[in-house]
Ligand binder design. Structure first.
Ligand code: GLA
Length: 396
């Protein structure tokens, strides 16, 4: 799939920059679906995402002009699809600006370059089959693909570990996109493995653990509501602040260190929203641990129950769901072969994820469409993480 996307991107590259100087570097990084453990990552807690077989490719060529030209093939609304900016110099680092979509690319270049002026000018084309802003980590896949691309452009730069790569991309998003995201999306995009989910402890040193997800009789169905509410990134940063305040009032380094007992003991010093947000984070952390035990013994019924509890908690305590997500979750849960369903990702729109017996997949999609005709579905096995694509093997 990455290879097909890459071939398309190569055609666009030739059309945009001329066929006489073809791209010679390419990288792919996947999006992800989080199975359980939502809004726990920036609270030092546990998450359990899997990489999907959809992602972003970037193809390009060094141009020795000191300028970078990046074309995105995505629908970026009113913004131009071509971003042009000077390559960073030691006395003139990159800055975020317009078009906004390019800030993910520029942010990664800036973090990689780190004031050294080592990243040269280049031409590139970005192509993705992860729907933008859908909660499937289109941004992390763009960041990680960019990093794997820039690493090839600068082969003499220091080697980074997988964790360092994920952290670099997270910093890019904090500094250039203004979203104080956690570490889950970048980690899974770097570290995903086919047939496996990733149990990640988001407290350094992170201790990632791959968990087999290879039962051919069950699938995770992703349903895109295709709505994205404007408040998403502002509310996201606000949730993060509220969690921090709650942890401080409870005299804990982070909410990961708090139990439900601690929470009840401190209820009187917490504002009502701090109490509810903390209750979600604490109960969600517990759900991740139990969900891993259940998936390892094939207890999908239990895993499904935990997904349902997760959705209710995100809706009522964390208040990051919305009517459209509640609707597609509720419709899915009406089908007998569905074990569980929940919103996935940051929320306020985007996608749900549903664990369903394969033989009930079509019926589940039909049911969702009957009550929510705008739904768009993705079915994906757990995919591999980011990789360099060797263009000589593509046969183009
Ligand atoms: C977004 C962020 C992640 C994580 C999720 C919610 O995807 O990028 O770091 O916080 O929201 O679980």
């Amino acid at each position: 799939m990455a290879e097909d996307l890459c071939k398309e991107a190569l055609k666009r590259f030739a059309a945009q920059f001329g066929g006489d100087k073809p791209a010679n570097i390419a990288a792919f990084a996947p999006g992800r679906v989080n199975l359980i453990g939502e809004h726990t990552d920036y609270n030092d807690g546990f998450v359990f995402p899997m990489a999907i077989e959809y992602g972003t490719v970037i193809v390009g060529l060094r141009n020795d002009t000191g300028k970078c030209a990046v074309l995105t093939c995505a629908d970026v609304g009113d913004e131009p699809n071509l971003a042009e900016f000077d390559a960073p110099k030691d006395d003139k680092p990159l800055e975020p600006g317009e078009p906004k979509w390019a800030n993910y690319v520029k942010g990664v270049i800036d973090q990689f370059d780190n004031g050294k002026g080592i990243v040269p000018g280049f031409n590139a084309v970005v192509m993705s089959n992860v729907p933008l802003g859908s909660g499937l980590s289109s941004s992390a896949s763009l960041e990680v693909a960019t990093l794997f691309f820039i690493e090839q452009l600068c082969p003499d730069a220091e080697e980074r570990t997988e964790s360092e790569r994920a952290l670099l991309c997270q910093q890019a998003e904090h500094k250039f996109a203004g979203v104080k995201c956690g570490i889950m999306d970048q980690f899974i995009s770097v570290m995903g493995k086919a047939g496996q989910g990733l149990l990640l402890d988001c407290r350094p040193p992170y201790s990632p653990r791959l968990i087999k997800l290879d039962n051919p009789n069950v699938v995770f169905l992703i349903c895109n509501t295709k709505v994205r509410h404007e408040l998403a990134s502002g509310e996201y940063n606000k949730r993060r602040e509220t969690c921090k305040a709650a942890a401080e009032k409870m005299a804990k380094p982070s909410l990961r260190d708090a139990s439900i007992h601690d929470l009840e003991m401190k209820k009187s010093v917490l504002a009502p929203d701090e109490y509810c947000r903390a209750r979600h984070v604490i109960t969600e952390g517990n759900r991740v641990i139990v969900s891993i035990q259940s998936i390892q013994v094939g207890d999908y019924k239990k895993f499904g129950q935990l997904m349902k509890q997760s959705h209710t908690s995100l809706k009522d305590d964390y208040q990051v769901s919305c009517a459209e997500l509640d609707k597609v979750v509720e419709l899915a849960l009406q089908i007998q072969g569905v074990y569980g369903s929940r919103m996935t990702g940051g929320g306020f729109g985007g996608c749900s994820v549903t664990l369903v017996e394969k033989s009930f997949l079509q019926r589940t999609m039909d049911k969702i469409l009957s009550g929510y005709p705008n739904a768009e579905f993705f079915v994906s096995s757990p995919g591999d993480g980011a990789k360099v694509i060797d263009l000589t093997t593509l046969g183009v």
